[in-house]
Design a protein around this ligand. Structure first.
Ligand code: CMP
Length: 141
């Protein structure tokens, strides 16, 4: 039996700029994930840096932070059966060039950096990332 999980999703600035929030949300909902919390934010440099702290030493860190603060994002909690893995399947590979047909990144991503969505990569990170953006009272399952 698949366990009911929660995962953190971010609709990135390249997607909000192109007015794709609804089309991306339809992918989640059509494939069985429920959006149980959602808010639109314009991240500060400090917030984006803290969120991506694990990537701080990577060569792409500075550009990633600049990109993530270049426009609004939509942060969300998705809930459903095996939500962490299910969301990763719906998103497709990090690099849209490697993403499968029908995935968000194949259909919408512009590049490996402007790749339209972020999703937690493990249940532990999902818990950490959800609490980074949401109080328990803002999540309505
Ligand atoms: P995300 O799932 O948000 O996690 C880290 C992000 O860094 C990743 O998606 C990409 O958008 C971005 N990124 C930029 N360059 C690279 C790279 N060379 N390898 C991996 N991620 C990258």
């Amino acid at each position: 039996m698949a366990a009911k999980e929660r995962t953190l999703s971010i609709i990135k600035p390249d997607a909000t700029r192109r007015n794709l929030t609804g089309k991306i949300n339809a992918k989640f909902e059509d494939q069985g994930l429920r959006i149980i919390a959602q808010k639109r934010l314009h991240l500060t440099e400090d917030e984006a840096g803290k969120f991506y702290d694990v990537h701080r030493e990577r060569p792409f860190f500075k550009d990633l932070v600049s990109f993530m603060i270049s426009g609004p994002v939509v942060v969300q909690v998705l809930e459903g059966a095996d939500a962490v893995a299910a969301n990763r399947k719906i998103m497709g590979a990090t690099n849209p060039a490697n993403a499968e047909a029908g995935t968000i990144r194949k259909e919408f991503a512009e590049s490996i950096e402007a790749n339209s969505v972020h999703g937690s990569d493990s249940l532990d990170n999902a818990k950490r990332e959800i609490s980074f953006f949401f109080a328990e009272t803002e999540i309505v399952g």
